[in-house]
Design a protein around this ligand. Sequence first.
Ligand SMILES: [Zn+2]
Length: 133
Amino acid sequence: MPLELTTAQLAAILEHCRREAPLEACGILAGRDARVSRVHPLTNADRSRTSYLIEPREQLRVMGEIWDRQEELLAIFHSHPASPAYPSSRDVELAFYPDSRYIIVSLRDPGPEIRCFLIREGVITEEPLEIIE
Ligand SMILES: [Zn+2]
């Protein structure tokens, strides 16, 4: 089942990524049955142009909310301000959630480009992404 994002949710993701540029931005998408209900823009604790680490306390809080709402962590998103929308070797190394999708937003010219992947045991598979009204 392709992940479903509304145009408003996509706009919220892009806004967060652009606001944080030239640093990488990150966040979590929560929902049910591949349908996103909430976009959580989070802090990149790395404060880096080439890597991200979701601030651990923020992540814990969001995971608690997801649990309380009986939703799922559907995807982790982050931006690549100046490189293609494809997982870096570090992204693969730090992909700890085999059931989560990984969305990468590239802002490099002529951008933006948004792609979705599964990363399981070091293997990258592209997943469809559906943008709905
Ligand atoms: Zn990355």
